[in-house]
Design a protein around this ligand. Structure first.
Ligand code: GLY
Length: 395
């Protein structure tokens, strides 16, 4: 048999090609999920010693920031555990998810915040979806009924915050809580929840968005001349006319979700327009992890990994509703985001980062609060994005 010989340059070429060839995304995701399981086992162990607490971030002194269930972020850790249970089928993770989900139950009766979707839908909602425990549905329904008390039919929107400087503030984040009302619609077959959610989404589309499809963070309404907009501004952004990054991601996710739930074309068009604004933004870095605001003027400004995670998850879902070419574009961005977040630049080492998964998120740079820190909601949407990607490609 003739012996095949390869020249040295050819071998070097093959070696170089192997070295630069990116790892298959399937491997990236599976390795990151395996890491997440181990990291969250450490977080669960710690939390079991801290009665009633749930993790949010890192304090300026470097210690973990824990909160009570009243905090808007309380549902994300149990929610992340439910996703990891979904990914692994590991009953130990399920037990932990149940334990920490129970810690947020009492929020079902709270009527002073719009964040019940974040708190209860991410925790009990995922638990219900995966286990069908009937008591979870009852808790969810009580929570959805608390949330809907915040809908003022004369204004046509859910009030986000109480006791602030605005008479009737509605923040873009509120779009995320509509998913909870859409669940209640399906569960009860009562259209009250649906009508409130659609009214909220329509009015937000009308009043929060600018002609370029960026949005304000806060819009406040007149409670005397019902429904009249009194102010449009950014609370957590760089300036009133800037595009606060996480707010843009909440909007993208919110309208994608509302299209899934209603099949109303106007929501699909809105989500596509928001995606176009974000994907083509000259300030979106090459790794696709946004700065904390799209209008920053320096490359030294902090990033917001949470904005990237929410955006990735939304783009993966949105890719299912658009033509092939657009879908490919969305998935390329989402894949880059997952790769970036899964790289050592953003993903923590085991046991480091106070046992959170991701580094480099920004809570509110405008208030010099939680800047360049881990944030539990970045973790949650990062895990969700990876699961959505796996599901989409049947990995
Ligand atoms: N929902 C509050 C925030 O995104 O910072």
């Amino acid at each position: 048999m003739k012996k095949i010989t390869y020249s040295l340059p050819f071998i070097l070429l093959i070696l170089a090609f192997t070295a630069i060839k990116p790892k298959p995304i399937k491997d990236v995701i599976n390795e990151s999920l395996n890491f997440s399981v181990k990291q969250y086992a450490l977080m669960s162990k710690l939390l079991k010693e801290k009665k009633d607490s749930l993790p949010r971030s890192t304090e300026p002194n470097g210690r973990i920031l824990l909160t009570s269930s009243r905090n808007w972020t309380s549902g994300f850790f149990p929610g992340g555990l439910w996703y990891l249970y979904e990914a692994t089928g590991d009953n130990k993770i399920k037990e932990d998810a149940q334990l920490f989900t129970a810690r947020v139950e009492k929020e079902k009766l709270v009527k002073t915040t719009h964040d019940l979707g974040f708190i209860l839908n991410c925790s009990f909602g995922n638990g219900l979806r995966l286990t069908n425990q009937p008591e979870y549905a009852g808790i969810m329904l009580t929570g959805a009924n608390s949330l809907i008390t915040r809908f003022n039919p004369k204004i046509g929107l859910i009030k986000s915050w109480d006791n602030r400087k605005w008479p009737y503030p509605v923040i873009i984040d509120n779009m995320m809580n509509l998913e909870f009302l859409m669940w209640a619609t399906r569960y009860t077959k009562d259209s009250t929840y649906f009508k409130a959610a659609v009214s909220h989404a329509d009015n937000t589309m009308k009043n929060h968005y600018r002609p370029d499809f960026s949005c304000y963070h806060v819009v406040s309404y007149d409670t005397v001349n019902y429904g009249k907009v009194t102010i449009k501004q950014n609370h957590q952004g760089l300036a009133d006319e800037s595009a606060w990054s996480r707010g843009q991601s909440w909007g993208l996710y919110g309208y994608t979700m509302m299209y899934r739930e209603t099949k109303y074309d106007r929501y699909l068009q809105q989500a596509k327009n928001i995606a176009k604004f974000l994907i083509n933004h000259p300030n979106l870095p090459a790794d696709k992890v946004p700065y904390w605001d799209y209008n920053v003027t320096s490359k030294d400004e902090p990033r917001d990994a949470s904005a990237a995670a929410v955006m990735a998850s939304a783009l993966i879902e949105l890719s299912r509703y658009v033509d092939k070419k657009t879908a490919k574009q969305y998935l390329q961005v989402a894949e880059t985001q997952i790769r970036s977040l899964s790289s050592p630049a953003y993903l923590a080492e085991l046991g480091a980062n106070n046992n959170f998964l991701l580094k480099h998120s920004t809570g509110s740079k405008a208030h010099n609060s939680e800047v360049d820190v881990p944030l539990i909601y970045a973790d949650y949407y990062y895990i969700e994005a990876m699961l959505r990607y796996k599901k989409l490609f049947n990995m």
